[in-house]
Ligand binder design. Structure first.
Ligand SMILES: Nc1ncnc2c1ncn2[C@@H]1O[C@H](COP(=O)(O)OP(=O)(O)OP(=O)(O)O)[C@@H](O)[C@H]1O
Ligand SMILES: [Mg+2]
Length: 436
């Protein structure tokens, strides 16, 4: 039944787009402005992903077998099939309306209304599949049916359903997310290729008794923490807990009062920050801190200043492959990027230093909820490639959800530690950080 999870995942992406578009419609109606590039990309996504990929996959396997096993499902399946058939035409109508607003032939209100209807239809369609069809399928389809369905969904060599197709849609989705207006933003998955050294699971970083102060105020009161190779470790805590101070002390830009840092088998407690960077500790700072007047490409090159010149062009291409929107805008000043795009740039810049340990300081800060998800998906993609990561976040739930392990920091001390799952389930954490 793995196929059902894949479809549900795809539904979640579509649902996010729908919600985002609804927000956009309201803005569009308020100021009369239409974002043609963004809407065009979303329509491309609907056409290429939904109409040519998502629907046929459901029709050819899930719906077909369910019809055979369960004649009483015919009614609901007839309806869904008809909606699948009509979808391309409905989309074309929307494209016409969009073109109409560009040339001034048709009013924005027309496009807004058309979009609203389209989205209402899409959401209702998803609702029916999830509420009526999936439970029925779980109940009526046989093990052999699921084998056939799952094989179709998971067959990596298949040109339609395989890995290559998935990567393509990830990129398309990422494009939509990157173009999303600042006020909204979208979730999605990001493909990536930056390969970190293969993880052996041994200890990469071991910090003990770390202290750091601002004048007489001790911001870190003896922190001990460990990161294994390939691990994503979340450092969660409220505003002012000391997350940033910890990361800055680790990368050497903030002086440490006491303690010891062993990285990759070497005591680096006394090393300068640039030497730590050369060893592979690279940080994406809080608040992104990109250099606004410099071009995007030059910002990325700055991240590689400790690296041999010969590898920079290749690494640049890898970062561009991961964040296509940065490539498109490479010559523009970084200050022209939206908040979400600047966050991608800050992460890309850290990747240019070829990290063995990537430090991310509140990458989701100040981003719209759906863009937050896109950033966490980038972190997931890096993790999947074997990167070791410390993720400092006030957004505890999202961070713990993707982390292998987590540490809870309160006013300079670690008060709790455990696997991401344990911490999410912990009453104290739920009460204090998750607002539950
Ligand atoms: N430059 C500074 N000078 C003096 N005190 C500072 C300075 N920076 C941070 N602090 C203090 O150190 C403590 C830890 O701050 P820090 O910025 O590390 O927390 P944080 O967990 O990163 O918070 P946030 O989630 O808001 O980013 C706080 O009490 C803060 O007021
Ligand atoms: Mg901070």
């Amino acid at each position: 039944m793995e196929a059902l999870n894949i479809i549900k995942d795809e539904h979640r992406n579509l649902w996010r787009i729908a919600i985002t578009l609804e927000q956009l419609i309201a803005e569009m109606e308020a100021d009369g402005k239409v974002d043609h590039a963004f809407l065009g990309s979303v329509f491309d996504y609907f056409e290429q992903f939904v109409d040519h990929f998502h629907h046929p996959k459901e029709d050819d396997f899930l719906f077909r077998l369910l019809r055979q096993r369960c004649p009483e499902a015919a009614n609901v399946l007839d309806r869904l099939d008809a909606e699948h058939r009509n979808a391309p035409l409905n989309l074309q109508t929307l494209r016409d309306k969009l073109a109409g607003t560009a040339s001034g032939r048709s009013p924005v209100a027309d496009l807004a209304e058309g979009l609203r209807q389209y989205l209402a239809g899409l959401k209702e369609h998803i609702r029916i599949e999830e509420k009526d069809v999936f439970p029925l399928a779980s109940e009526k389809l046989t093990a052999a049916d699921w084998k056939e369905i799952d094989a179709a969904f998971l067959n990596h060599a298949d040109p339609v359903f395989g890995e290559q197709a998935k990567a393509e849609f990830r990129e398309l989705f990422h494009r939509v997310a990157s173009l999303a207006p600042v006020s909204v933003g979208l979730g999605g998955r990001s493909a990536g290729e930056l390969q970190a050294p293969a993880g052996q699971g041994d200890v990469l970083l071991s910090v003990s008794g770390l202290e750091s102060s601002y004048g007489r105020i001790k911001a870190l009161k003896g922190i001990s923490l460990e990161v294994r190779r390939g691990e994503t470790v979340a450092l969660v805590g409220a505003n002012g807990a000391g997350k940033t101070t910890f990361l800055r002390t680790l990368s050497g830009v903030q002086p440490m009062g006491a303690g010891k840092i062993v990285f990759d088998g070497e005591d680096i407690s006394k090393l300068r920050s640039d030497m730590r960077m050369r060893r592979g500790i690279c940080q994406s700072p809080e608040g992104r801190q990109v250099f606004g007047p410099l071009s995007i490409e030059d910002n990325l090159r700055l991240g590689a200043y400790t690296q041999p010149k010969t590898q920079v062009e290749g690494d640049l291409e890898k970062v561009f492959a991961m964040f296509p929107i940065l490539k498109e805008k490479r010559r523009l000043p970084a200050g022209t990027l939206s908040g979400g795009q600047q966050q991608m740039l800050a992460i890309g810049r850290a990747l240019m230093g070829r990290p063995k340990l990537l430090l991310l300081d509140e990458p989701s800060m100040g981003l719209a909820p759906l863009l937050v998800e896109e950033v966490f998906n980038v972190v997931k993609a890096l993790k999947a490639q074997g990167m070791s990561i410390i993720l400092a976040e006030q957004n505890a739930f999202s961070a713990l959800a993707i982390a292998d392990r987590g540490y809870v920091l309160e006013t300079g001390s670690i008060t709790l530690t455990g696997t991401g799952r344990e911490l999410i389930a912990d009453e104290q954490v739920r009460a204090a950080y998750l607002g539950m």
